[in-house]
Design a protein around this ligand. Sequence first.
Ligand SMILES: *Cc1c(COP(=O)(O)O)cnc(C)c1O
Length: 397
Amino acid sequence: MKGNGFLPYGRQWVEDDDVEAVIAALRSDFLTTGPMVARFETAFAEKVGAKHAICCNSGTAGLHLAMLAARLGPGDLAVVPSVTFLATANAVRYVGADVVFADVDPESGLITAESLTAALESARRREGRVRAVLPVHLKGVPADMETITAIAEAADLTIVEDAAHAVGTRYGGGRYQVGANHHAAMTVFSTHPVKTMTTAEGGVVTTERDDLARDLRKFRSHGMEADPSGGPWYYEMSELGYNYRMPDINCALGLSQLAKLDRFLARRAELVARYDRLLAPLAPLLRIPKRPADAEPGWHLYAAQIDFAAAGVTRATLMARLREDGIGTQVHYIPLHWQPYYRDRYGELSLPGAEAFYQGTLALPLYPSMHDDDVDRVAERVAWHLQHPAGRQGGEA
Ligand SMILES: *Cc1c(COP(=O)(O)O)cnc(C)c1O
């Protein structure tokens, strides 16, 4: 099979039938809040094994809706791992609650039972009550939800999973599926184009609870609820909501993409297995992504841990050299507790696991339209650069 040209670290796969589905929606009577919304929600809920799926116009909006439905507000605290996208913590701030940053496992980047316990301990010195925890399944690798749930239940916390990376992830030896809320009140997905399936912009929140589903729908649309007892036109707004609705056009794309999700996931798993096989011999200079033995990640990112000091090359230099080779890479993520906004608000924190993870992480290209040859080329170039830190001519590259 012939390889691709420049390889970004991730990209969507939109095919002709996806395009046709969007065109059909554009030609229909509804551009937004038509029949495609319910169809997409029903299909998504079925796919992840949830009772309810509520779609909205971004993963970030989904996190905000979840915080509203969880009734978090000023005076409340929520635990968020420091290694995640900004949106996980920002959603806590949108409702006026405050963030308690948890450390992560330095190898996986995931929140752990120990780091959650330590975060709860540190929160005792803060004003306010810890009411929620938002575990993030970084790269699609599941956090240890069974131990996290035990701690969260003892502390009376609402669990909201940030599953932006983890559509299709299973854990517990196949017993549990992310999105089915075995260990959460709500799970939030993103359907941004870099994620595993796309609606362009979009998000989906799943829950098993009817009351939360009703709240999520209410907050998605201005806080409005129809009440036919007041007449066919009548609605009431009892609480402040937003316009976070997903258009029918995007839902049509989502439905079409959802039908291919198994194929996308299977191809991602094949590519990951190929990377693992080719890159494992580079240990300990490069370590393949850590995952629990009983997990089946819905792989979103292939992020290796690299010992740049031992290799004698900086991450910036390696990224630049790979770019010259036509290979895009990315870093997920700069620890949130280092962001000026959060540093100003919560002061200097020391989270050594997050800092160690950040120093070593590098995401290599991973998306389902990659060819085997592409993986071979990336693995070969990464190995070469790590073994020739001085560059091509023994000098500047
Ligand atoms: C992408 C992402 C989000 C936000 O999703 P959007 O759809 O881009 O708003 C939240 N959390 C994580 C971990 C993400 O990667």
